[in-house]
Design a binder for this molecule. Structure first.
Ligand code: HGY
Ligand code: MN
Ligand code: MN
Length: 415
């Protein structure tokens, strides 16, 4: 087993990452592996083969989470869980999700090769639909494992009007049985996720890895503005009820209010308008709003200000405003237990235990009621993510996996 300084097999990890990144990648574009599609299926099949190579017992649960288990001396002890996701955003990068799944497989593979024994069993999970890219909801696999996913959550529909429940059935899963994926209280000792930072802090500090202190809470909304379609040539500016002009003014307020706090971020990622003629004043617009902050009160205050100003703006323009909440998550603190285990692992591997918050959302946010959670970040080149240019070096990926390996041994209590 060719050993990298980090203590795990970096060549094996890197070749697995590059193999997995080919699934769902189109010529000259990024990775698109949406949930309950053949691309996600192929990705889970490939990861399952790596789990078997690592000597893990492989299964899928009722929501399609892929799970690889390594027994501990006490088979009934609460497990240490590690993992991430293999679904992606549209036209995404190679590392967001796969690094956490394959890094965890590599850690357990190395334990098997070294014939290490732990007190607790360990499991690796590739969660179903973390990104929510297809159904605009997200993290359904971790919610099911936490026992918080409700049948009505499966009614969210994709762009073709297919619901999550229908997509599950098409993959041979029974939406009525999602309750079976839930883990019993006390059955999980801790959860650790290795993930790319997707921001530029580690790079700015020239550090390969970091320890996450908390995860910002996202609020996802959809705003709909209804004015009146009209002739672009004959309708004077003062008599228009232009839904797109109103939406543009609201978007300016979103940017201003989010920037004002210095910690919040507000993004409009999706926009639809109709009727869409070059010579027609748009009568209808709908757009998404992704609002985040590590402090929930600040986020809620920014949201309230935006909505208040949007209402006034639309009223003045004779445009009606509708809002729908798609998801709303509180920020999630990372536990001292896992942070401490990761800090000790960093020191053992010779890395500075640098701490930072996560602006991106992650599955661990749904597990905080079930068990203590924590995350280890790996440096992202130029902080770019959700983009084909997303990149972390072979050495940094190995460094992150090595810190994860030592963290898991600490939490699972190496014998
Ligand atoms: O949206 C997020 O923060 C994550 O990439 N799902
Ligand atoms: Mn992502
Ligand atoms: Mn991710």
């Amino acid at each position: 087993m060719p050993d990298s300084p980090a203590g795990i097999d970096q060549e094996r990890l890197w070749s697995r990452l590059s193999e997995l990144s080919k699934i769902g990648k189109s010529e000259g574009a990024g990775v698109t592996r949406l949930s309950f599609t053949r691309e996600e299926r192929a990705a889970k099949d490939l990861v399952a083969s790596y789990m078997r190579e690592a000597g893990l017992e492989v299964r899928e649960d009722a929501i399609g989470n892929l799970i690889g288990r390594r027994e501990g001396r006490d088979r009934d002890a609460p497990i240490v869980l590690a993992g991430s996701h293999v679904d992606s955003v549209r036209n995404g990068g190679d590392f967001d999700g796969p690094l956490g799944v394959l890094g965890a497989v590599e850690a357990l593979h190395t334990m098997s090769e070294r014939e290490l024994e732990t007190e607790r069993p360990l499991e690796v999970v590739a969660f179903t639909d973390e990104e929510g890219a297809r159904f605009s909801s997200g993290m359904i696999g971790s919610r099911a494992l936490a026992g918080t996913l409700k049948p009505e959550d499966l009614q969210a529909k994709d762009r073709d009007g297919v619901s999550i429940a229908e997509a599950m059935r098409a993959c041979g899963l029974d939406p009525e049985r999602i309750g079976e994926a839930a883990r019993a209280a006390g059955s999980v000792h801790s959860y650790v996720e290795l993930h790319i930072e997707q921001g530029g802090i580690l790079e700015s500090r020239a550090l390969p890895v970091g320890i996450v202190t908390g995860i910002a809470g996202p609020a996802w909304l959809r705003l709909t503005l209804t004015g009146e379609a009209a002739h672009a040539g004959t309708t004077p500016m003062g008599l228009r009820r232009d839904a797109l002009a109103a939406a543009a003014a609201v978007m300016g307020r979103i940017e201003r209010e989010a920037m004002r706090t210095g910690t919040s971020v507000g993004t409009v990622g999706q926009l639809e308008l109709s009727p869409g003629g070059i010579n027609i004043v748009p009568g209808h617009v709908s757009f998404s709003l992704d609002l985040r902050d590590i402090d929930e009160d600040i986020r809620n205050d920014v949201e309230a200000r935006i909505m208040h100003e949007a209402m006034l703006l639309c009223e003045k323009r004779g445009v009606s405003l509708g809002t729908k909440t798609l998801q709303r998550l509180p920020p999630a603190p990372c536990s001292k237990l896992v942070q401490e285990a990761a800090r000790a692992a960093c020191r053992e591997q010779g890395f500075e235990p640098f701490e930072l918050a996560s602006g991106a959302g992650h599955d661990g946010m749904h597990l905080t009621e079930l068990c203590p959670i924590g995350m280890i970040f790996v440096r992202s080149k130029r902080g770019i993510s959700h983009n084909p240019a997303e990149y972390s070096s072979k050495e940094d990926c190995a460094a992150g996996a090595a810190v994860l390996y030592r963290t898991l041994l600490g939490l699972a209590r190496e014998i």
